[in-house]
Design a protein around this ligand. Structure first.
Ligand code: MG
Length: 321
């Protein structure tokens, strides 16, 4: 039995309607407010009334979030089993997904991301040593600018110090504003997943080249579904989902797949890869490690990068922590 609202005979609040309760409770206070403009007490009374209204609303909201649960709120065990799964439909025992706080603005890293570059330093990155440092990882030679960094032409590719398998990757890049070169020589770099599988970075704005080598192509295999390029000098985004290949006893049992959004436009959807990137050949797989560094390609052009983050991906129904 729900009690009527005092001063409102017959008015019984709907227990689901916190807003209705709030309005009904606040109405008597509004009625006690002196008429506007009459006397010096009008403003303080109005402020007190608004504060009381806000407090009542907050209480109603809190109460609505702590309502006792009803049968079925948390699931059912008298429902059919989902095919091939250990779960009933709406199974209360099924693990709840981990809570992730999204980035504050579009493109910002969510709470479970590993931020590889946030405009400050390249501490997450390295390069292969040369000369006396051959065989070692050394600090990057690529130049840091104001909030971004740039390919250091002829210094070699940039590698993450951490290794990754299945990932979601966000990366922002910009073609050099001074247009030089043609085709593959105009603003060429690349996102090398596992250091092997290239999503091409290139000037694709009025720069004819072969389709499977243009920007956002899975290089040498699949052109992007559409050309969503921005002009040179403008920042562009790739959001990539990469699924690493799996090998068992030296044999490929699952190829790599990529899903790519270019400036928010889907350009590859769960596309199967033939193998690591090669030039003028048909790609093919050879056994590789389960995790390898992500790399950015040095193709001798000063392409710019900023705001790079990655999330490790796991499957459905991970155990709750
Ligand atoms: Mg390239």
């Amino acid at each position: 039995m729900v009690a009527p609202i005092p001063g409102h005979p017959g008015a019984v609040p709907n227990p689901d309607s916190g807003i209705l309760v709030t309005i009904l409770k606040a109405t008597p206070m509004l009625n006690r407010l002196p008429p506007r403009g009459r006397g010096p007490g009008w403003k303080p009374a109005a402020i007190a009334c608004i504060a009381a209204f806000a407090a009542i609303a907050a209480t109603a909201l809190a109460q609505s979030q702590t309502q006792p649960q009803k049968p079925g709120d948390l699931g059912f065990t008298d429902t059919p089993m989902l095919p091939g799964m250990p779960w009933h439909v709406h199974d209360p025992a099924r693990p709840h997904p981990a809570v992730v706080t999204p980035g504050a603005v579009p493109g910002a890293p969510p709470s479970d991301a590993i931020v590889l570059y946030d405009g400050k330093d390249l501490s997450h990155w390295a390069q292969a040593g040369r000369g006396a440092d051959r065989g070692k990882l050394v600090d990057p030679k690529w130049p840091l600018r104001d909030g971004y960094f740039e390919v250091g032409p002829e210094t070699g590719e940039l590698l993450t110090r951490e290794k990754f398998g299945d990932i979601q990757l966000h990366v922002e890049w910009s073609e050099p504003p001074n247009i030089t070169g043609t085709s593959q020589g105009r603003g060429n770099s690349g996102i090398l997943l596992m250091g092997l599988y290239e999503i091409q970075v290139l000037d694709a704005y009025n720069n004819p080249t072969y389709a499977d080598g243009q920007a956002a192509a899975i290089y040498g295999q699949w052109p992007p579904l559409v050309n969503a390029s921005r002009k040179p000098g403008e920042w562009q985004t790739y959001d990539i989902v990469f699924e690493a290949p799996h090998f068992e006893a030296g044999k490929l049992v699952k190829p790599a797949y990529q899903t790519v959004f270019w400036n928010g436009v889907m350009v590859h959807l769960h596309k199967e890869l033939l193998g690591p990137m090669v030039y003028r050949q048909v790609a093919h797989y050879t056994p590789q490690d389960a995790e390898l560094p992500l790399a950015l390609q040095d193709h001798h052009n000063p392409v710019r990068y900023r705001n790079i983050w990655v999330r490790r991906l796991a499957g459905y129904d991970q155990p709750e922590k």
